[in-house]
Design a protein. Structure first.
Lengths: 254, 328
């Protein structure tokens, strides 16, 4: 167990060292989300009615959830690269904890997610976002987000090991996750959507997480959103971590 | 199980190993041993099963049947212990391109269980040994192919493993890079490390290995020292270049008594494997003159491993084959 923790940290450290050296990824983390925030706030924002909240308050939790969901994408690309460059073979020939390669990946995503969340929050505050709740609620929201992002990293780990090239990992992830984040309460009130999108959006885990964030950061009514988010997060981990591990064994040829 | 009586004298011991990928038998009952301190060359074309065997021996793949041991440790039952005692340098230079040479080697050292500081000291030592001190501070993506291979090799040596697996260490390198890496490998194994070296280059096996095992279609087809293998295909080769217009059939007929095998003719070049190399040139000149065949040039040469491969498998060693991706 001690070995697993040490090796996971070594792998996570390696993933984080290399991050600033792959500038295209860093741009994906910083410039792109800021661009989305500004586009939504100033291009669509004027046309979207969000009763009870200014659009910037409504938008920031939604766009941060979307961004966190895509944070695990680094894992998909990284694992895909490791398999094809033979690095997984090197790791597997070493006397290290086997689970550490995947655990180190998803663990380093927590750090990158925290980084991109900070950038988005700062951007949000600059254009008028404000927390309407206690510090404790705000921190609980941050924790929930990082937990949710960690769950999605396992989904992305699976995708990265399933696909043969970084390009196909990109398109699978994009096609699967992008619509999910849009057919949710992230950018517009669900009540404004036509059926059957509305029904779908109501059960979409993204809606639950976004609603939970609006509760924790803005004081919106919680209904069951916080609990539902936690349950969804656990379910996603329970489904995709064994799938990713099984896939990892196969990809590594074991 | 008979595999429980492993002979500790063997550093590498492979008994009847079979590995299938779908319908393809990548390894079809391979038996192979290597003594401690020996460099065993595993020679074969692409898709012959070399990489698959290395992957079995380094615990990356489990054999479907048969058994394999390294230093007496079973690749399946003792995989954890075994991994502490081996180093693997792969075909595709498995280093992290975004880490520097120093970071790569330090990471590998820590994953072998060393603390950060000693891992870093060892990494610096290896960078020096492999003449990568300068490059050690740059990300590996800036390295040349040869430098990457050296770094990959250094990564395999981090824990000073008693047994090394070098899977096609020079494939894809330019001639200068190959020669450089040969020097490095030679000085490594001079220190008494046991090594299994796979290659599809005959000259590489000839130069680096004490003993050569030839593998094709997942089976071992020959084994021995380079000299023994060359002897297997008969004695030395006499090559006769005829003058234009000379009759190759008459020339071949004239040389028949000198060999146990029929001479082969390729245009105006006649090749015959001679029984006795002493006096062979004189005898050939006399016989050809008696037959009235005009000769342009005449030479005696030792058979190369190319000849060995051709004789054993019926095809040349480096001819491209269909099962490219045996590692899949």
């Amino acid at each position: 167990m001690r070995r697993l923790v040490t090796d996971t940290l070594i792998i996570a450290e390696r993933n984080l060292i290399r991050l600033p050296r792959a500038p295209e990824l860093l741009i994906a983390f910083t410039i792109q989300p800021i661009m989305f925030v500004l586009l939504f706030r100033y291009v669509f924002g004027g046309a979207i009615r969000t009763p009870g909240y200014s659009y910037v308050d409504f938008l920031i939790p939604g766009i941060i959830v979307q961004n966190i969901a895509f944070g695990g994408f680094v894992t998909a690309l990284g694992l895909n690269e490791d398999v094809h460059k033979g690095l997984i073979d090197r790791f597997r020939s070493l006397p290290m904890a086997r689970a550490a390669v995947l655990a180190g990946r998803t663990a380093s995503d927590i750090v990158t997610n925290a980084l991109s969340m900070t950038i988005l929050l700062i951007t949000g505050v600059i254009i008028g976002f404000a927390f309407h709740t206690s510090a404790l609620h705000a921190i609980a929201g941050v924790a929930l987000l990082l937990f949710f992002g960690f769950a999605f990293s396992w989904f992305f780990a699976f995708v990265g090991l399933l696909t043969s090239t970084p390009e196909s990992a990109n398109s699978v992830a994009f096609i699967a996750v992008f619509p999910l984040t849009f057919i949710s309460s992230a950018f517009v009130p669900v009540s404004s959507m036509p059926e059957p999108l509305k029904s779908f959006a109501m059960v979409n885990p993204f809606t639950k997480v976004v609603d939970a964030m609006r509760h924790l950061w803005l004081g919106a009514p919680a209904h069951n959103s916080v609990w539902a988010s936690i349950v969804w997060t656990v379910v996603i981990i329970a489904i995709f971590s064994p799938l990713a591990v099984a896939r990892y064994r196969r990809a590594a040829g074991g | 199980m008979e595999t429980d009586h492993a002979d500790p004298a063997w550093a590498i011991e492979v008994r009847g190993v079979v590995k299938r990928f779908g319908m393809v038998r990548a390894l079809d009952g391979v038996d192979l041993v290597a003594k401690e301190g020996e460099v065993l060359g595993l020679l074969g074309p692409n898709g012959a099963g070399k990489t698959t065997l290395v992957r079995v021996l380094t615990t990356l793949l489990k054999p479907d049947s048969g058994s394999a041991r390294v230093l007496g440790l079973d690749v399946v039952r003792d995989e954890g212990k075994l991994r502490e005692r081996i180093g693997l340098a792969g075909q595709y230079a498995a280093v992290d391109e975004n880490l520097t040479g120093l970071e790569n080697l330090t990471m590998v050292g820590r994953l072998y269980g060393a603390d950060r500081r000693p891992a870093k000291v060892r990494a610096a030592e290896l960078l020096e040994q492999f003449e990568l001190v300068e490059a050690g501070r740059r990300p590996a993506k800036t390295y040349s192919g040869g430098m990457r291979r050296r770094l990959d090799l250094a990564a395999a040596l981090v824990a000073k493993p008693p047994v090394l697996f070098l899977d096609e260490p020079t494939t894809g390198l330019d001639p200068r890079g190959r020669l450089g890496l040969w020097d490095v490998i030679e000085s490594l194994v001079a220190g008494g490390t046991t090594a299994l070296l796979t290659t599809q280059y005959l000259d590489e096996a000839d130069r680096l290995a004490n003993r050569i095992a030839v593998i094709d279609h997942g089976r071992l087809i020959a084994e021995g020292t380079s000299d023994q293998l060359k002897d297997q295909v008969g004695g030395e080769r006499l090559e006769v270049q005829l003058e234009a217009g000379a009759d190759p059939r008459a020339a071949a007929r004239a040389l028949v008594p000198m060999s146990d095998e029929p001479p082969s003719a390729d245009g105006t070049i006649i090749t015959v494997s001679v029984r006795e190399h002493r006096g062979a040139i004189m005898e050939a000149v006399r016989r050809l003159a008696e037959a009235g065949v005009a000769v342009d040039d005449l030479a005696l040469r030792r058979p190369t491993l190319d000849d060995v491969f051709l004789a054993l498998t019926g095809h040349a060693a480096e001819e491209p084959r269909e099962q490219e991706d045996e590692a899949a």
